[in-house]
Design a binder for this molecule. Structure first.
Ligand code: SF4
Length: 362
């Protein structure tokens, strides 16, 4: 607790906020890429401590939020097949597809089970050889290595009834796309957990090409404010470089073993992101060596391209163009108990965190 307390110390937090407010010259827009950062910003009220010159934007870092409706529709279609078990993280169950959700299918009798890890899903396959078990692989570089280990394990066990539908994604193409789309950003608060796997090098092309600061941040108030201060100093000097604030968890080279495993099991592919569309090489699919576990190849079901729910502005929120308060459905029609869009489902989603902490300052 003492360790956490240091990073939540009220005096230290206020001191850094004061430093930021003195240092900021012109208006700056900083985007937190990670859903965990969005949660911490709201939970600790960090926005309200900062000058109006510091605009904090939420980005595309909530895996459930950026996953396409088509992915949910495909899982719904799979869940209706005979002898299929969908073994999934809890968040995904509640994400609305175009006409149904996994939650609704479960109430209609589909075999959909909540798991806390991909290895738990594998265990269900081992224990139920008469069933086909499909695990939806979602998340960024943080969760992809665990999914990769699970697939390696499935192969070593010779399993023929375990499959993964991968929607794993990698962060840099989305960060690049947001800048190219013309969203005005002076710095990125880069994800801590993702970077613990990848290291810092992958942000270099973005920092250099666009002269934009990229600071890898921890999740506590002192971490985040320090990162903001580092970005403002870069912005004031008109430089863009990669820095690591979260040194207690992130090494420049990342986790080499995890990267090796990930690169063996997955290969890049073009993938769809809510709000950003299809981005080249932004997703991960199973490599040739492991394609026998690819649910998309084994269960050949096509679903129609789905439209976003009417009135939902998740796509613009994920690009930092709007805040949840600007959605007409926010906290009226759309609430965590009856989500219209994905951003209201996950605890890391901007709409869910804005709802929980009722943020009024954007
Ligand atoms: S409040 Fe609901 S409908 Fe509005 S953007 Fe968020 S998830 Fe979509």
């Amino acid at each position: 607790m003492k360790y956490i307390d240091e990073y939540r110390d009220k005096d230290a937090t206020q001191l850094i906020a004061n430093e930021i407010n003195s240092a900021v010259k012109d208006d700056v827009a900083l985007m937190e890429v990670c859903g965990g950062h969005t949660m911490s910003m709201q939970r600790f009220g960090l926005r309200s401590m900062l000058s109006d010159k510091v605009k904090l934007l939420s980005g595309p870092g909530c895996p459930v939020c950026v996953t396409s409706i088509g992915f949910i529709d495909k899982l719904v279609a799979y869940s209706r097949l005979d002898n299929v078990v969908i073994a999934t993280f809890g968040d995904l169950i509640r994400v609305p597809g175009s006409t149904s959700s996994l939650e609704r299918e479960r109430s209609n009798g589909a075999d959909i089970r909540v798991v806390y890890s991909s290895l738990e899903a594998l265990g269900i396959a081992v224990a139920n050889k008469d069933k086909y078990v499909i695990f939806p692989g979602i998340g960024f570089e943080t969760t992809a290595p665990t999914s990769a280990i699970t697939v390696i394990e499935a192969k070593s066990k010779g399993l023929k009834n375990f499959f993964m539908l991968s929607s794993h994604k990698v962060m840099p193409p989305a960060m690049e796309a947001i800048i190219v789309e013309g969203v005005k950003i002076n710095g990125y608060i880069c994800p801590g957990h993702v970077s613990a796997i990848t290291g810092s090098e992958m942000y270099e092309p973005i920092a250099q090409k666009h002269t934009i600061g990229c600071v890898i941040s921890g999740f506590e108030p002192v971490d985040l404010l320090q990162s903001i201060y580092m970005l403002i100093k870069q912005s004031n000097s008109n430089i863009g470089k990669v820095e690591i604030q979260y040194k207690r968890a992130v090494k420049p080279e990342g986790n080499i073993k995890a990267k090796e495993i990930m690169n063996r099991v997955f290969v890049p592919r073009d993938d769809y992101w809510r709000g950003l569309g299809v981005l080249p090489c932004s997703g991960l699919t199973l490599s040739k060596e492991f394609e026998e576990f690819d649910a998309g190849k084994h269960f050949n079901i096509d679903v129609e391209v789905a439209k976003e729910p009417k009135g939902c502005i998740c796509g613009q929120i994920l690009k930092g163009l709007k805040t949840p308060n600007e959605c007409k459905l926010f906290a009226s029609v759309c609430e965590p108990s009856s989500p219209v869009g994905a951003c209201m489902v996950s605890s890391e989603g901007s709409c869910a965190t804005y709802y929980k902490y009722r943020v009024r300052k954007g």
